[in-house]
Design a protein around this ligand. Structure first.
Ligand code: AMP
Length: 626
């Protein structure tokens, strides 16, 4: 392996990076630096985050700047403000001893005037997010005729974020003789298109296989029933007492909900997503960086700019659709020579996706079972004992208090003392987990597994529970006039109930149907729920809740139709000229639909569907963490 010196890095840059603790080049640097220092050739570098990409292009770009020309000579485009600031900061560090070199970060959400003033004074390297740069170009405040190098960093993410046209506009402003360097964690087809369009004969440098995962990352998955997903997350967090990680969710709403629940349950957590203001996001990221927060619940885009090297875990609360995104997420751990674990909490129907990711990253996942209460208590205890062993004893500070402590405890043997210390720390945790049931993976062949897998009607069709639905003892089954066409999920329904009914509401099974739904509530609060919910509105429509009619269980007409994806005319356009609002309205729609479908079924071979319920008993109140 060569040294930075041998790669041709100039002494003033060498001095700065040595001060930063860069002793030897990382593989991507060893490949890219000498190549770019040569003739400033064009490069496509595929390397994971955390592999030292910024220095790989930053060092040669700095070295090729002619300080005497007070003009932008290099342009670095990146997707987010955070990354922009991070890159500019790194370049400033590398060029600490390069006299007069000016690097300007240009990004949205900060004063454009001060950026214009800096541009007027003259800069050598611009690091920009595409939107703000276009704004500056539109105001004629940035000249790019001397730009010799354009770097697209995290090019895949810029495309994901819809910056493709902006990149075209920007590239039209720089001389056609410029070099282009493209750095990307992944190589989706769109990137290949860009390289064809804008690059002449780029050298492709691949660190590891394309999309191959970082060697330092272990990949694991847990299969759980949908209703247990959050519980499983808590157990995983409890099983790793020193966890410092990001929990990725698919939507902003889910991100906020999971973070809220974790906070409510006593975890050191917060959320990061696009609905927060920039100031809020900065605040959360700072708290996470300094480890005031152990768990950051985030969307992919919002977590982009976060630069943290020592994450122990990345948790996928929802798997992303693309292998590239999975790889990008999991590449946030196991960085800078450290090891990390990427954990996916999946539903049985996502196992196929796991296999697909395994192929993409050329690595096997380990399937794990959710730790039980005992295992968690033991893990926490050992971690605590470890801390006890390693705690720094501040002799001077405690000496004066010790005599009275010894006097008070002198009657206790060492064993007794330890037992008391452990009890003090762990009684609540142990009580919490004492009777906690195991969280089992749904067996694909059990009725639970089939019901779980069949929720979206794509899998597990055979052998479903066809018996009439029975109301759980102690519960009353309610009808509500909102259903899947209104875009509700079980969580949404729980939310609507929470928002409108005061106090604790014990909920049982929830059955979401196309136009309406059923849910069970503890019989003691049934009247209260009806009274409160009937004053409520959902998406501007009056909510109607009533006790479900006994015969309502047999709603095969509704289900059969929706499962085949062929909603009847009345469902699509409103057979009554309005949406039916009561069970009787629905009953007559169903009756006529059922008659039609029976006819259809006879032709097709009868197939009715009961997708079963969503989860077992839930309560809208949550327990505090032990
Ligand atoms: P990057 O992929 O550019 O985000 O870099 C990931 C991390 O590795 C950053 O914290 C860098 O400061 C660090 N780093 C980059 N190059 C080296 C090197 N040669 N030796 C040690 N650390 C490095």
């Amino acid at each position: 392996m060569k040294t930075f010196d041998e790669l041709g890095v100039a002494p003033e840059i060498l001095k700065a990076i040595q001060e930063m603790g860069y002793e030897k080049p990382m593989p991507v640097q060893e490949e890219v630096i000498p190549f770019l220092l040569g003739e400033m050739n064009e490069v496509i570098a595929l390397a994971q985050t955390g592999t030292g990409k910024t220095a790989a292009y930053g060092i040669p770009v700095i070295q090729c700047i002619d300080i005497r020309k007070n003009q932008p000579q290099a342009l670095i485009l990146c997707p987010t403000r955070e990354l922009c600031l991070q890159i500019a900061g790194d370049l400033q560090d590398y060029s600490k001893y390069v006299d007069g070199l000016k690097v300007l970060p240009v990004y949205g959400g900060s004063s454009i005037e001060s950026q214009i003033n800096s541009l007027k004074r003259g800069v050598h390297i611009i690091v920009a997010t595409p939107g703000r740069l276009i704004d500056l170009i539109g105001r004629n405040t940035v000249r790019m005729n001397e730009v010799g190098n354009v770097i697209l960093d995290e090019a895949d993410e810029m495309l994901n974020m819809g910056f493709s046209e902006s990149i075209d506009e920007i590239l039209a402003e720089v001389p056609s003789t410029r070099n282009m360097l493209l750095f990307s964690a992944t190589m989706p087809a769109e990137i290949a298109k860009i390289t064809k369009k804008y690059m002449k004969q780029p050298r492709e440098i691949v660190i590891g296989n394309k999309n191959e995962s970082n060697e330092n990352v272990k990949h694991q998955f847990y299969t759980v029933q949908a209703k247990d997903k959050y519980l499983a997350l808590k157990r995983i967090a409890d099983y790793y007492p020193s966890i410092y990680g990001i929990i990725f969710c698919r939507t902003r709403k889910e991100t906020q909900e999971i973070a809220d629940h974790l906070i409510e349950d006593g975890y050191s957590a917060d959320s990061l997503h696009g609905e927060l203001s920039q100031a809020q996001r900065d605040n959360v990221m700072q708290k996470f960086r300094i480890k005031n927060i152990q768990l950051l619940v985030a969307t992919d885009v919002a977590a982009r700019g976060l630069d943290v090297d020592d994450l122990t875990h990345v948790i996928h609360y929802g798997l992303p659709d693309e292998t590239e995104s999975y790889n990008h997420r999991s590449g946030r751990t196991g960085r800078a020579g450290k090891t990390g674990t990427s954990i996916a909490i999946v539903h049985i129907k996502e196992k196929g996706k796991i296999r697909q990711i395994e192929k993409g990253i050329s690595k096997k996942f380990e399937e794990r079972t959710i730790p039980n209460g005992n295992a968690i208590c033991e893990k926490q205890l050992i971690a605590w004992v470890d801390k006890l062993e390693k705690v720094k004893v501040e002799e001077e500070q405690i000496t004066e208090f010790l005599p009275s402590v010894f006097r008070k405890l002198e009657w206790l043997e060492k064993d007794d003392l330890l037992k008391r210390l452990v009890s003090l720390e762990f009684n609540r945790l142990m009580a919490y987990y004492r009777n906690a049931p195991e969280i089992k993976a749904p067996d694909a062949y059990s009725s639970e597994g089939r019901r779980e897998a069949g929720r979206d009607g794509r899998e597990g069709r055979e052998g479903r529970d066809r018996g009439p639905r029975r109301t759980s003892p102690g519960f009353t089954r309610m009808f509500i006039n909102i259903g899947k066409v209104d875009g509700i999920y079980p969580n949404t329904l729980i939310e609507v109930i929470n928002q409108n009914v005061r106090g604790r509401v014990g909920l049982g099974k929830i059955d979401l149907l196309q136009n309406f739904s059923f849910f069970e509530v503890e019989s003691s609060v049934a009247d209260k729920v009806i009274n409160s919910m009937n004053k409520a509105e959902f998406l501007g429509r009056r909510v109607s809740v009533e006790i479900a009619q006994e015969k309502q269980g047999d709603d095969r007409g509704e289900r059969g139709g929706s499962d085949r994806g062929e909603r009847s005319g009345s469902e699509r356009s409103g057979r009554f000229g309005r949406r039916p609002e009561t069970q009787d309205d629905y009953a007559s729609v169903r009756k006529s639909n059922f008659a039609k479908r029976k006819e259809g079924d006879r032709n097709r071979g009868s197939r009715t569907n009961d997708r079963g319920s969503f989860g077992t008993r839930k309560t809208t109140e949550r327990k505090k963490r032990y």
